[in-house]
Design a binder for this molecule. Sequence first.
Ligand SMILES: Cc1ncc(COP(=O)(O)O)c(C=O)c1O
Length: 443
Amino acid sequence: MNERGLLMNEQIRPDQINAAGHLTIGGVDTLELAAEFGTPLVVYDVAQIRDQFRRFQAVFEQNQVDYEVSYASKAFASKAMYQVVAQEHGHIDVVSGGEMTTAIQAGFPMDKATFHGNNKSATELRLALTHHIGMIVIDNFHEIELLSQLLTELDTQTDVMLRITPGISAHTNEYIQTGQVDSKFGFDLDSGQADQALQQVLANPRMHMRGIHAHIGSQIFEVVGFEGAAQKLVSVAKHWHDEFGYTTEILNVGGGFGIKYTTDDHPLAPEAFVDAIVKAVKKAASEANLPEPGIWIEPGRSIAGPAGYNLYTVGSRKDIPGYLPFLTVDGGMGDNIRPALYQAEYETVLANDPQAPATETVRIAGKYCESGDILSYHQALPATKPGDVLAMLDTGAYGYAMASNYNRNPRPAVVFVENGHAQEVVKRETWSDMARLDQDYNL
Ligand SMILES: Cc1ncc(COP(=O)(O)O)c(C=O)c1O
């Protein structure tokens, strides 16, 4: 413990250390998880997923607002994850036929799903419509036309929102009023494209126009960007009300709520974000003399991220005089490409003694044939030896979701742990799975 009574790594709770001094997840010893399911292993603490969900939902409930907490499933999608979200009465956002099919196979109620994307195919839209998806967020004019053809073909109707580019871009501690017309997502406001889209949608009786969507960025640590987005969305709603007689029912402010990856990150609590958004929408709606709209949010990272851990086994080591050593593990960019892709940082601890004082700083390297395959560029650790298990913290978002089979390495298993029980919810791929789709060449 340090002088504040916290563990040396603040991303681990004191109750996560068992009598043997090992790191536990959901009440199960990480060394047992590694022994039973092998490494590299992706582990989720299900109670933590539920807790994040409930914290977001509670603030809406307290404020008596119509709402949906829509889990952005691109952060981590699997049948088990969709089933947990359903148990929490959550909503999901899906962006592909694959995510949609996984949710359908999980038995997720598709009327509580939103379909996003800037190039939805006819096949994907057909799948969405035949499964009566709850909401389609229309991104562009091509989609309006395609959707309208499919609605006629299938003789059906759907609820829709329009995605707009709000002219606000937020990332971590930066918040920029960009005007941001240069985005591949959504309809531009200033040029009148959003107005045109609204008129086209309102003219189609098969499309029920429900609201406006905007997503301003990721890993955001300040409320000001969300407040700005909320004000902007209300001003669009006001304009549409006055100009076209259309009353907006729902404002969807997207996701992007930041999490703690390292000791340098100081994110706000989920409650702080929701509270600020609700207050900003209520104030702006009242000033604009509009009825209070429902408010939807789409957290991905903040729900899946803190609940996830990657377990690795230490293998080889390379010491070069004058440089940080390379400590190589049995995973890498194939199970978590974020550090290689955009220098994302994580904290890693020794699973059998997460409290042990650090004695050196190392680079944690992966086993993939790529010099950039580094999981951590500078990690303080106690002495390690081959066979030790390392636990990388807060890896639950955009890690397994972006996993690949580079070098024909199988993707890891995913295990959900809750109340002292562990269950494999995605099987580990095998070497023979690597050629599963291959065909012999016989021309
Ligand atoms: C439209 C939309 N909603 C929600 C999210 C989730 O963002 P985050 O995982 O940062 O909460 C994203 C992420 O890209 C997004 O594009």
